[in-house]
Design a protein. Structure first.
Length: 239
């Protein structure tokens, strides 16, 4: 009965097409999780928590969180992302840390934000709509800060990513790990596209890349198996 209720909650309000896409996404996700590469990655993720005493690895399904169902229907489950390739990403993007803020959209428990905050960014920001995950992210931040592990100030914002206004007075590196669908990604991209300062995007599993492409505004590249995008101001500065 509990499993049936869980499934019902996840499918409520979705169209037949959305249900098919959700099923396909979950099958692909679980299939990837069975590979030797995935098992090695998971051991690496767990090592981070073992090192710092944090809680970033354990998965959280959306139906277990106190979130608006109308927004949750466009979100993905929480899954941690690794910062192992961040030095390469940031070098490829020629990030000037002192004048740049890092933003993780759909940050969950804050793993990517905390990894980025080990670099000397001016600010590291996580945007997350689930209050339970923001509470965990804040505890994780406090744990790492108490151990002197963070080089940047960290802030977690609890709100719908589609309504979040990024700072306009600083360069941005924006991080997406397949956090949500097109309905949320569209307003996020619209806001980023309107910004005049340099904006670089790191996008893992870029299922909503069409939202960036529709404006014709973003230049695409690749860095260590993920997509990177840059707006005209970032392209000019990186030239």
């Amino acid at each position: 009965a509990i499993m049936l209720s869980s499934i019902t909650q996840r499918l409520r309000g979705r169209s037949p097409g959305e249900i098919v896409r959700l099923i396909g996404h979950n099958i692909a996700y679980h299939a990837r999780g069975l590979t030797p590469q995935a098992r090695r990655r998971n051991r690496s993720f767990q090592a981070f928590d073992a090192q710092w005493g944090t809680d970033t690895f354990a998965m959280r399904e959306l139906h277990t969180l106190s979130v608006d169902p109308a927004v949750a229907m466009h979100a993905r489950r929480y899954q941690a992302s690794s910062g192992v390739n961040m030095p390469i990403w940031f070098a490829d993007l020629k990030v000037d840390f002192a004048r740049t803020a890092f933003i993780d959209y759909g940050c969950g428990k804050g793993r990517a934000v905390l990894e980025a905050a080990r670099f000397p960014f001016a600010r590291a920001i996580g945007v997350e709509f689930a209050p339970e995950l923001v509470d965990i992210a804040n505890r994780n931040r406090d744990i790492m800060a108490s151990k002197g592990a963070l080089a940047a100030p960290v802030e977690f914002v609890c709100m719908d990513a589609g309504a979040y206004d990024p700072p306009t007075d600083i360069d941005l590196v924006c991080f997406f790990y397949d956090p949500f669908g097109d309905a949320v990604m569209a307003p996020v991209v619209d806001r980023l596209t309107m910004l005049e300062q340099p904006v670089s995007v790191i996008y893992l599993e870029p299922h909503c890349i069409g939202q960036f492409r529709r404006s014709g505004h973003w230049a695409e590249g690749v860095s260590v198996d993920n997509l990177v995008l840059r707006n005209p101001a970032a392209q000019a500065r990186g030239a």
